[in-house]
Design a protein. Sequence first.
Lengths: 315, 126
Amino acid sequence: MADHESLLPESSIPGDEVRRRKEFLEFTDNDVSVLEGVNEVAIRYADSMIDDFYRHLMSFDETRAFFADPELLKHVKGMQKNYFMRLTQGNYDQVYVAERIKIGQIHERVGLPVKSYFGMYCFYLRAVLGRLQEEYKATPEQAFKVFNSLMKLTFFDMGLAIDTYIESRERTIQGQQEAIRELSTPVLLLRPGLLLLPIIGLIDTLRARQLTEQLLRSVRTNRARVVVIDVTGVPSVDTKVANHLVQTVEAARLMGAVSIVSGIAPDIAQTMVRLGIDLRRIRTVGDLQSGIEEAERQLGYMVVKNEAAESEDGK
Amino acid sequence: MNRARAPILKLGETLVVSVQEALMDADLVGLRDELVAEVKMYRATCVIIDVTVLDVLDSFAARTLRHIAQMTQLLGARTVIVGIQPDVAFAMVQLGLTLQGTETALDLEDALSRLNLKLGRDRRAQ
């Protein structure tokens, strides 16, 4: 567990936000003193509470799987007991918040589903309620008061824990978006001096910039003479996209590389003409094959079919 | 002064201008005049201008380079600009400075191999 913690990303929420959350839950100093008042009761019930709690967890396949190791079970039971007592120890401050976030992160990391997380909190509250009824048989209104405060606090904790789940998902999505951006602009060396830049997806200003920069770098490192820019995967071309394309081609030309644009779809060609986009300064060909053939011709390559090898393969 | 900043080297029928440091507008004009005179004097057929060291090419520089290409063309020499860096190329197209109608090459080696190819063919043709 200690190892886990050191690997977790640093995250906390500002004190201001903590205050606003408490306000929204109407969690006041009064609640704090009510909870502190039952600390002695909590200590008395802690062990039976935790036993019930884990009996419940262990009776479902989905949650039992997380506690297969008896050592681990013992450890988390200890942690859970600490948490149970902590609920009635006051000082629900930044340190408390950081602890809750850390616990949420650990649960998220081991893959405990959100539904189980909520379910466990629900069981927690019900189990506590049972004990409060027992403890305050004579004064049920006191039991109600304590339960009310406890509910606010546990909902506060739940909010913090679930936020860590969401935050982690968002981090994943962000990482993937970056990966997609990187992946979507590969510059491939096809033959010495011949680069292929397949463009897939929409071209916006940022992407056009990345694309151009990457192409220019590749032109230099690969000493490319000809670049085939294939736009088969570009769903639509407007004036802006065409301008980006022209800029990319001209930047490559300044470095001595000739560009051939291939794969403009028929309907895109129609749109471009209708929009009055002029690509006459760019060499364009119908498909990728023609683009590569044209490039090879310019570079002096000649592809010859090996008849003998083909008939061998045929056998 | 221009000699030190952008010496003109003679290599057979080719003149190679090797820009050594950032050029002021006056240096560019000086280079242009000198180059045109030398093309005439040496009956050069090719001019290579190496701008590898430049980290910026403004509109005046771009225009002067284009003028040099056009002027030498009139004297029977083709001009190749070499060594424009990726960042510079990107900045230039953003500013609309595309050196339209001027030949470019990656670097000196690239330019020489292109010219040799041409020369070789010409010789065979003769």
